[in-house]
Write a protein that binds this ligand. Structure first.
Ligand code: NAP
Length: 419
C-alpha cells in the first residue's frame, strides 16, 4: 500500500520590498538570471534560484536576505511578488520544515539551517570583488532607519561642483542630523526618499548615494555628511528624462528637510591600520567614497598614518571632474593622483585603465604588497576594463593574477561598486 505523499516544503528566496532600494545589484549579480523586476519590485523566480548566495553579500540593504518556507506547489509567483508592498508573514506550521522532507531544500541549504548565517565567502568564483570587509575595518552600523521610519536630515549646504560651462551639473550636498544618531563609515551609502509619487500613485522608492565625507563628519566633529549627486537629465538611451531624486537633491535649499534611510553597506569599507595602502579607481560621481576615504586618511595622517594612497580618477573633461581643485591641492607625498579625461577637445580619449597602464610599475608595486586595498567605484562599464588592466599589470610584473585576485577577494582587499 502506498504511504502518504510527502508535501514538499521550499525555503523560498524573496526580496523584502520595504527595505529594497532597487539598485539592481542583485539582478546583475545573479549568475542564473533568477532575479527580475518591474516598476514596483525586485523579485526572485522560485524555479530558477539555486541558492548559490552570490547575491546576498553585494546587496547594500540586506533586503535580498529574505526567506519564507512555503509548500513548493504554492510558491509565490512573480505576479504575487510584483504586487507586494511588504513580505507576507511566515506560515508558522511550515517554519523549519524545509529540507526535513526528502527531495527538498531548493535553496541549496540544509533544512532548518538559517541561510543568512552562511554568506558566500570572499573567494567565490561567481563574485568579482570581496564580500568581506578589510580585517581592520571599523564595524559599521546598517539599516538603522527604513522607509517607514526614516531619519530627518537638514540641508546645511548645497554647492555646484562642476564648472557652470560643464555639461554635468554635479552637487556637493551636506546633510546634518542634529542630535539624532546616524553613525557612518567611509564607503557606506544612504537612501534618500524623494517626496511625491509615481504615475500610478505609489510613493517613490529610495535612491542610494555614497557618503562623500569621513566618519567624523563633513565638518570634523559635526553630525553631518556629504553626498556627491549628478543631476540626471537624460536616460541611458540619451532621451530627455529628469531624474526624480537627483533633481530633488540638486534643487534643495539650505534648511530643507530630507528623509533618509540607512546607513547601508558592510564590506566596501576602508582598513583602519595606519600602514595600509589604498589603490582607488573611480569615474565621475563614483569619486564620492574615494573622497571620504582620502579625507579620513588626510585627517588621520596628522595622527601618524603612513600608508600610501594612489588614485585614478576619470571624467569627461577637467571641468566635469568633481573636487578637481581640492584634489590638486593635496600634497604629492600624501596622494599620488592620476587623472584621465575622455572628452578633452583635441586630445585622444583616455580612461582610468589607460592611466593605470601608464603607471604599471607603481601599481604593480602596490599589488605586491599584502597591505594594499583596492577600491573601484563608478560606471558599470569600467569594471571589466579595470580588472583587465590589473590582470595585465600583474602579469607583466610576474605576478600570478588569478591567485592574487582570489586572495584579494578572500582577504577583503578588492571592492567594486559600479552602477
Ligand atoms: P560620466 O561622467 O558619464 O563618466 C565618467 C568618465 O568615465 C567619463 O570620462 C567616461 O567616458 C568614462 N567611462 C565611460 N565608460 C567607461 C569605461 N568602460 N571604462 C572607463 N571609463 C569609462 O560618469 P557619471 O555620470 O558621473 O557616472 C558615475 C557612475 O558612478 C554612475 O553610474 C553612478 O551611478 C555611479 N556612482 C555614483 C555614486 C554617487 O554617490 N553619486 C556612488 C557610487 C557610484 P566617456 O567620455 O566615454 O563617457
Amino acid at each position: 500500500m502506498n504511504g502518504p505523499v510527502p508535501v514538499e516544503v521550499l525555503k523560498q528566496h524573496l526580496i523584502d520590498p520595504e527595505i529594497c532600494i532597487r539598485c539592481n545589484t542583485c539582478e546583475e549579480t545573479c549568475p542564473v538570471d533568477a532575479i527580475t523586476h518591474d516598476e514596483n519590485n525586485y523579485v526572485v523566480r522560485a524555479d530558477t534560484c539555486n541558492g548559490c548566495m552570490a547575491c546576498i553579500s553585494p546587496c547594500p540593504t540586506g533586503a535580498i536576505d529574505s526567506w519564507r518556507e512555503v509548500i513548493k506547489a504554492e510558491a509565490y509567483s512573480l505576479e504575487d511578488q510584483f504586487g507586494w508592498d511588504e513580505l507576507p508573514s511566515q506560515n508558522d506550521s511550515l517554519a523549519g520544515l524545509a529540507g526535513a522532507v526528502a527531495g527538498i531544500g531548493e535553496a541549496g541549504k540544509s533544512g532548518t539551517e538559517s541561510v543568512s548565517d552562511a554568506p558566500a565567502l570572499g573567494g567565490s568564483d561567481m563574485v568579482r570583488g570581496s564580500v568581506v570587509p578589510p580585517w581592520s575595518a571599523a564595524k559599521p552600523y546598517v539599516n538603522l532607519y527604513n522607509h517607514k521610519a526614516p531619519i530627518q536630515a537638514t540641508v546645511v549646504g548645497n554647492y555646484r561642483l562642476t564648472d557652470t560651462s560643464a555639461e554635468s551639473d554635479i552637487h556637493h550636498i551636506v546633510l546634518d542630523f542634529g542630535k539624532l544618531p546616524f553613525p557612518v563609515l567611509e564607503g557606506q551609502s544612504i537612501g534618500i526618499l524623494p517626496p511625491g509619487t509615481t504615475q500610478d500613485g505609489r510613493a517613490h522608492h529610495a535612491r542610494q548615494y555614497s557618503i562623500a565625507s569621513p566618519r567624523d563628519g563633513e565638518r570634523p566633529g559635526y553630525n553631518n555628511l556629504a553626498l556627491t549627486v549628478k543631476r540626471v537629465t537624460h536616460d541611458h538611451q540619451g532621451r530627455e528624462a529628469g531624474g526624480v531624486c537627483s533633481n530633488y537633491l540638486c534643487d534643495l535649499q539650505k534648511g530643507d528637510v530630507v528623509n533618509v534611510m540607512g546607513p547601508f553597506g558592510g564590506t566596501f569599507l576602508m582598513p583602519n591600520h595606519p600602514d595600509s595602502h589604498l589603490l582607488m579607481i573611480c569615474t565621475g560621481t563614483g569619486a564620492a567614497p574615494m573622497r571620504a576615504m582620502t579625507e579620513y586618511r588626510r585627517r588621520r595622517r596628522l595622527k601618524g598614518a603612513t600608508g600610501k594612497l594612489m588614485l585614478f580618477f576619470g571624467a569627461r573633461t577637467q571641468g566635469e571632474l568633481p573636487y578637481f581643485g581640492p584634489l590638486l591641492n593635496l600634497p604629492k607625498d600624501f596622494i599620488d593622483t592620476n587623472l584621465a579625461f575622455s572628452r578633452t577637445p583635441g586630445q585622444a580619449k583616455r580612461y582610468v585603465q589607460d592611466a593605470m597602464r601608464e603607471r604599471a610599475a607603481d601599481v604593480a608595486a602596490l599589488l605586491r604588497h599584502d597591505d594594499t586595498f583596492v577600491y573601484v567605484c563608478g560606471l558599470k562599464g569600467m569594471e571589466d576594463g579595470v580588472l583587465q588592466s590589473l590582470q595585465v599589470i600583474a602579469a607583466d610584473a610576474g605576478l600570478d593574477w588569478s591567485a592574487l585576485w582570489q586572495r584579494l577577494k578572500t582577504e577583503g582587499r578588492l571592492h567594486l561598486e559600479t552602477y
